[in-house]
Design a protein around this ligand. Structure first.
Ligand code: CP
Length: 325
């Protein structure tokens, strides 16, 4: 392995203080920066097929998505393969879950085949932590209910880190939309705080968590107000799959007050526009915004591969599965 890469992995693994990646809560500024520096190694080399590594050679990664995904699932699988891992993809619909097998029995069954690292998405908050407590494998949370989506938070902040040359001092980031049901917001808040940003929020009252004051965030009544005062904004879609009926008077009200229209971009031409995806264009963002210069939505997707390569390397190193083998 390249000496510089080995040093970056070792440094990040020393600072990152957990065997799994379940949450961004409690991550220190030092560990976040070390992970970003490691991700930068992969980004700067290029995350394409030409740049393969053997960091995870001999390691079996299980990609288990009990809830739908496009970017997180593929991004993790590309990341694991480019690090040299064997990747097995578990598909809920084709599995024995449909015959009544429980989550923990599924876990034990696949562990018995020799799983080393699990990447798990689940619709229930806490499901990944439960699995981690019932297994000796390593777990990366790829999104659990409305609880956490740590690699999304990391890739969002890493995208800003690259735009701002690692300096978050005095930067203001607002998160706009359905915050109540958002695991992305819950993963971003601790990271943005640790990095020293001022955080803003804007969402309908019924989609704003009761605990919003504990986030240390300033609340804006409309997306437009939040956008005009921010250096970056993260828009969130309505997560209808986690929502009870009756939380919004009309769908159109959400788009009007908590969405961004193309003509509004010029109100703050230096503000970076982000969205974790999938975007419901025409609701939270006009379709043209996705292609506008201020939008970094595709960059977020690309950076996701680097961040996931970094976290897979760090966790494998912490477990002693790589380096000096
Ligand atoms: N951002 C995100 O989690 O997207 P997917 O649901 O497509 O993975």
């Amino acid at each position: 392995m390249n000496d510089n890469l080995e040093a970056l992995i070792h440094h990040a693994a020393t600072l990152y203080d957990s065997r799994n990646l379940l949450t961004t809560e409690g991550m220190t500024i030092e560990s976040i920066k070390a992970i970003f520096e490691l991700a930068d190694f992969f980004t700067n080399k290029g995350i394409n097929e030409a740049n393969r590594y053997d960091i995870l050679r001999g390691i079996t990664v299980i990609s288990a998505f009990f809830e739908n995904s496009t970017r997180t699932k593929l991004s993790f699988e590309f990341a694991a393969r480019r690090l040299g891992a064997e990747v097995a993809s578990f598909q809920t619909q084709l599995s024995s879950i449909s015959k009544g097998e429980s989550l923990l029995d599924t876990l034990g069954t696949i562990d018995a085949m020799g799983a080393d690292i699990w990447i798990v998405r689940h619709s229930q908050s806490g499901a990944v932590e439960l699995m981690s407590k019932n297994s000796n494998s390593i777990f990366l949370n790829a999104g659990d209910g409305q609880h956490q989506h740590p690699t999304q938070g990391l890739l969002d902040c890493y995208t800003l880190w690259r735009h701002w040359n690692g300096n978050f001092e005095g930067k203001r980031v607002s998160i706009i939309g359905d915050i109540e049901h958002s695991r992305v917001a819950r993963s971003n808040f601790p990271l943005l705080r640790a990095l020293g940003c001022e955080v803003g929020i804007s969402s309908p009252g019924t989609l704003c968590p009761h605990s919003w004051k504990s986030f240390g965030a300033q609340r804006f009544m409309t997306a437009s107000m939040a956008f005009q005062s921010a250096d970056a904004v993260i828009f969130l879609r309505l997560q209808n799959e986690r929502m009870e009926n009756g939380l919004l008077p009309l769908g159109g009200e959400f788009a009007k007050y908590y969405g961004l229209r193309i003509h509004q971009l010029s109100d703050n031409p230096h503000c970076i526009v982000m969205h974790p995806g999938p975007v419901n264009y025409g609701v939270e963002l006009d379709a043209e915004i996705g292609l506008a210069k201020q939008s970094v939505i595709r960059e977020q997707v690309a950076n996701g591969v680097s961040i996931r390569m970094a976290m897979l390397s760090v966790l494998a190193a912490k477990s002693g599965k790589i380096l000096h083998r």
